[in-house]
Design a protein around this ligand. Structure first.
Ligand SMILES: [Zn+2]
Ligand SMILES: [Zn+2]
Length: 575
């Protein structure tokens, strides 16, 4: 069955296509109003069953029938008919800034342009040059608009987006006086990729802040500019939106623009049952007309009768129910992390020396850390074999003592295709921690890969399975295996699963870590740093752990060193 927001989405699609078809303003605006009404209504399924959807504001007999059809079947006649006339792919052309429904309809009827790709081709081939009403400047704007649209589709990895956001915020802070400034949206929720960057700001000088923002030299173009908001895009197409409101609305503003869309829809659906309407401008009591404004985000949740929900949990899953029951977990924080088990030096494929990495780990305030260079399986290119490893051990302990940190001797050993490891047991037994990772033969069948990872978990010397799914944003979706079987094996054998914070990895992905937790798995949050500055990737590992709902108790390296030693020993003794 379609949800309220799905139905609203379809009603808006009808509205757009009707406008494209030249229907009257009043006719298509009725659909827009109906969509807004549906978004704020209690669950439509129940309403339709009781015939009560006809009582919603803006839903008359004919739109009521459309809503009923949509709820029951997912389809409706007006939309089917409009789709016969206009292909659904035409809607993406409307995503290009500067192209409205009239222009899209003209491009389709006169030039057969039915999609964004068609439009790109037409611009590149010069088909549209010389068309009256379309100056060369308009066409150039469209070309840029397509790039921006594609940029939004492409999505930017979290670490890149965070860097850009902090540069933009530094620039905004250098301008007219402001009170508070923060990034919101998917970035604040620690999604692994973001579509665009949302900045929210409070200042009594909104217009000046906006003018300063749009004058940023880094901006390739200004997409929109109004009294309280503006959008720019950077070379490559990443869009940054800035909104400026008075400071007493900071909590409302931040909550609204942090999303997710799904989370906010659920929140609004709940609020409407108490006759409240939630928006960035405050919480409106529909009975009394009073508006509750919140200087802090927690105030919004308190006004709706629930616990504060951390941004990373606002995915629209079960967090609102948990918050109403006062059951939001105390999520793990960066300051809970006492160590990092995964980092490389020039002894294998890292860029920095043993001394530099140990000093940098100590400078982060860690109690302990492990040097885990690649093992001999990678020897031909950069591995550390058994002899060198034992030599490294003595040196690392000495350097650790000098820098005031406990340096554990470890190795990132290769899990070979049959699930065995590429260092012999007598060498593994002399290591403090063993990270076991798959780097080769990654295209094995699902069955082979499952057996391989389960066997790695069953090895008494394996402390942590490194980057368990092998996904890389730049290269690979990861290997195929039976997640449940491996999670069960990890929990049963006392093997930790890694959340690797390396920018290209973020592996385990948060949804899988959330699932692994239900099996009772212990997690290791690691940087997998190959140079000193990348030790900061621990922040991303923590972000993903928080999205997965992990607490300090779920995380091995949030525990004291004695606990880690006991964790390792327990598994070895059990064998
Ligand atoms: Zn690795
Ligand atoms: Zn590694």
């Amino acid at each position: 069955m379609l949800s309220n927001s799905d139905v609203a989405q379809k009603l808006l699609e009808i509205r757009t296509l009707m406008e494209m078809a030249g229907d009257s303003f009043y006719k298509y605006m009725a659909y827009e109003k109906a969509a807004a009404s549906v978004e704020n209504a209690p669950p439509l399924g129940d309403l339709v069953t009781a015939g009560e959807h006809l009582k919603l504001p803006g839903i008359g007999k004919s739109i009521g029938a459309v809503v009923e059809q949509l709820v029951r079947t997912g389809h409706c006649e007006p939309l089917d008919q409009l789709h016969e006339r206009f292909p659904p792919s035409l809607l993406e052309v409307l995503g290009v800034s500067g192209i409205g429904t009239k222009t899209a309809a003209m491009l389709f009827s006169d030039y057969g342009i039915a999609s964004l790709a068609d439009l790109e081709t037409a611009i590149a081939s010069g088909t549209l040059a010389g068309v009256p009403r379309l100056g060369s400047k308009t066409i150039e704007n469209w070309r840029r608009g397509i790039l921006a649209y594609r940029g939004r589709q492409r999505r930017t990895p979290l670490p890149t987006a965070l860097t850009i956001a902090s540069e933009a915020m530094d620039y905004v802070r250098d301008g007219p006086p402001l009170e508070r400034l923060l990034f919101a949206g998917s970035l604040r929720r620690c999604e692994v990729t973001v579509g665009d960057i949302d900045l929210v700001c409070t200042s009594p000088h909104a217009a000046d802040v906006i003018a300063h923002f749009t004058a940023w030299q880094r901006a390739e173009a200004v997409l929109a500019e109004g009294p309280t908001k503006a959008s720019i895009w950077l070379p490559g197409g990443l869009q940054i939106d800035l909104r400026v409101l008075p400071d007493h609305l900071y909590g409302n503003l931040l909550q609204h623009f942090t999303g997710s869309r799904e989370h906010n829809i659920k929140l609004r659906e709940l609020a409407v049952r108490s006759n409240l309407r939630v928006s960035e401008n405050g919480i409106l009591n529909l009975e009394s007309g009073d508006v509750i404004t919140c200087t802090e985000e927690a105030g919004v949740y308190a006004a709706l009768g629930m616990q504060y929900i951390p941004p990373e949990l606002r995915s629209g899953l079960d967090e609102i129910d948990l918050a109403r029951a006062g059951a939001i977990p105390q999520l793990v924080e960066l300051t809970d992390v006492r160590g990092d088990f995964h980092m490389h030096t020039v002894w294998s494929d890292g860029d920095d020396t043993l001394d530099a990495m140990i000093a940098a780990a100590a400078a982060r305030g860690y109690e302990y850390h492990a040097i885990s260079d690649h093992s001999q399986g990678r020897l031909r290119r950069f591995g550390v074999g058994a002899d060198k490893l034992l030599e490294q051990r003595g040196l690392a302990q000495e350097l650790g003592a000098r820098h005031g940190i406990f340096t554990l001797c470890a190795s990132e050993v290769d899990v070979l295709p049959d699930g065995s490891l590429d260092l012999p047991d007598d060498v593994l037994a002399r290591l403090d921690v063993v990270v076991a990772s798959v780097h080769t033969a990654t295209r094995q069948s699902r069955e082979e890969m499952t057996a391989r990872l389960v066997r790695a978990c069953e090895n008494p010397y394996v402390t942590i399975v490194g980057h368990p799914t092998g996904r890389r944003f730049d290269a690979s979706p990861g290997y195929e295996f039976d997640y449940d079987a491996v999670f069960a094996a990890a929990a049963r054998t006392g093997t930790a699963l890694e959340i690797d914070g390396q920018a290209a990895r973020l592996d385990l992905p948060a949804p899988l870590a959330r699932k692994a937790k239900t099996f009772g798995v212990t997690f290791a949050l690691d940087s997998d740093a190959h140079r000193t500055r990348d030790l900061a990737a621990m922040e991303y590992a923590v972000g993903q752990a928080r999205r997965a709902g992990l607490t300090k108790d779920d995380v091995l390296n949030a525990q004291p060193l004695e606990y880690v030693r006991a964790f390792v020993a327990r598994k070895r003794e059990a064998a």
